[in-house]
Write a protein that binds this ligand. Structure first.
Ligand code: EPZ
Length: 427
């Protein structure tokens, strides 16, 4: 397993290109299962999660060609020859559950392994299953798999009332509804930009959808969907992550392709903390307003609230802010695993249940730390950029799931960072 070594090296200056959104691409790719026509995705990110989704779709018989160094994905599900998403692949990536709705909608049957939990929480899929049952699916849970069958005439439109906002369940229901007979109304739908991007792509394929980006999405089912070419929306989480680099280190960085509308709540928090964000014709320019960063309180919420996927990174900033900040994690039950690692770097953090209280310190000190999950891994790198001395982050395979070319992008703005093969642990 590789390690990343970071040395605090003062202010960062320059520009960082932002890639296409992992969490949009992971729902756009299964959309190929809704049609026998070709689907082409451009601006695709080069990430291990995308390679895992490619492996899964190919295991079902779909063709997935990765072109232009992985930035273009040409998908076709003309000849699906397997309708079972195997545990060996699903356990690597929870988003695999997103093949269930499309396969059920087009071919009337699917067998998908239950994803199981992950480091940040139990992450059940009960809402995905309830939505599909509302559309007439018969589901049988056995041997760790969901065995799903649609009624003889196919799924039927339904009113789906989600008791809590779920990005993935909204995506599964939305994709299934495009081919269901009649009208589907999804209430308390997730409003994330990745949902909006999926709806835009499905509409290009011939779907009839209204209300994406609001809490109520209405879908008129159609008999069949066609192909399309669709650009993956900018990754707002990668964007927010790199916006924090000049916030933590000082200097000025322009994040190319960034848009404020993708991260309004996050940008408001940065402003309150003393970090200025300016829209340019190429993206977002970020710098500290006048030296110090001030403590702010953060509560994670579904979009348009503060994104849970930026909570760990924001905590890294607040570790060296003036004053005390309280972060409340309301989406996942165990998403503070970066706190003990930041504490090893001299941060003062008290975690009680879903709350983390951060007392700012003047400077963090580099230390060997361990990545525990995708977003925690990058928060440790951000902390290392500002820390005195050397930080060695191990288990960086977590990072590769969601961030392409981290070392190159950060070196491009003056960071002292390198990736090395991990030395085997001494017995
Ligand atoms: C998506 O996960 C993202 N992943 C996550 O990003 C993100 O943190 C999350 O949405 C919230 O924004 C992808 O898009 C691939 P949810 P998802 O369903 O869809 C509970 C990252 O770092 N829930 O919105 O799995 C669930 O336990 C990842 O890129 C149920 O109870 O999230 C959680 O507490 C991490 N039953 C809450 O809802 C269900 O059936 C929100 O989960 C589904 C979810």
């Amino acid at each position: 397993m590789d390690q990343i070594i970071v040395r605090g090296n003062g202010p960062l200056n320059g520009e960082i290109p932002i890639a296409g959104a992992k969490n949009a691409c992971l729902t756009l790719m299964p959309a190929t299962l809704l049609t026998d026509q070709p689907l082409t995705l451009t601006n695709a990110p080069r990430l291990s999660d995308i390679r895992t989704m490619t492996e899964l779709l190919r295991s079902l018989g779909a063709e997935v060609a990765s072109l232009q160094d992985g930035q273009v994905l040409a998908l076709s599900s003309h000849d699906l020859n397997n309708h079972t998403a195997d545990y060996d692949i699903v356990r690597k990536m929870r988003a695999s559950i997103l093949v269930l709705g499309p396969m059920l909608a087009r071919d009337g049957h699917a067998v998908v392994s239950l994803p199981g939990g992950c480091a940040i929480g139990a992450r059940p899929v009960d809402l995905h299953l309830k939505a599909l049952e509302a559309m007439g699916a018969e589901l049988d849970l056995r041997d760790g798999y969901v065995h799903a069958k649609a009624p003889a005439g196919g799924l039927k439109g339904a009113v789906i009332d989600f008791p809590l906002v779920s990005v993935g369940a909204t995506e599964n229901a939305l994709m299934a509804a495009t081919l269901a007979r009649g009208t589907t109304v999804i209430r308390n739908a997730a409003r994330e930009p990745e949902i909006v991007d999926l709806a835009h792509c499905l509409r290009r394929m011939g779907a009839q959808i209204e209300g994406e980006g609001t809490s109520t999405i209405t879908v008129e089912g159609v008999r069949a969907l066609g192909g399309a070419t669709h650009p993956v929306v900018t990754d707002r989480i990668e964007l927010g992550t790199y916006m924090l680099a000049p916030a933590i280190c000082g200097g000025e960085v322009e994040c190319l392709g960034g848009r404020i509308d993708l991260l309004a709540a996050f940008c408001e928090k940065l402003d309150a903390a003393g970090v200025s964000v300016t829209e340019t014709d190429r993206g977002l320019k970020v710098s500290r307003k006048n030296g110090k960063v001030r403590a702010v309180d953060v509560v994670t919420e579904p979009f348009p609230g503060f994104p849970t996927d930026l909570q760990a990174q924001m905590m890294a900033l607040l570790c060296t802010a003036e004053g005390t900040s309280v972060l409340e994690e309301k989406i996942f039950e165990n998403r503070f695993m970066h706190a003990p690692e930041l504490t090893r770097m001299g941060a003062r953090i008290e975690v009680h249940g879903g709350h983390a209280t951060v007392h700012g310190v003047s400077r963090l000190r580099g230390a060997p730390v361990m990545a525990t999950d995708l977003r925690a891994s990058v928060s440790l790198i951000l902390a290392g950029l500002a820390a005195e001395g050397e930080t060695i982050v191990s288990r960086v395979y977590h990072l590769d799931r969601g961030y392409e070319k981290v070392v190159r992008k950060l070196r491009g703005v003056g960071a002292q960072i390198e990736r090395i093969k991990e030395t085997p642990a001494h017995d």
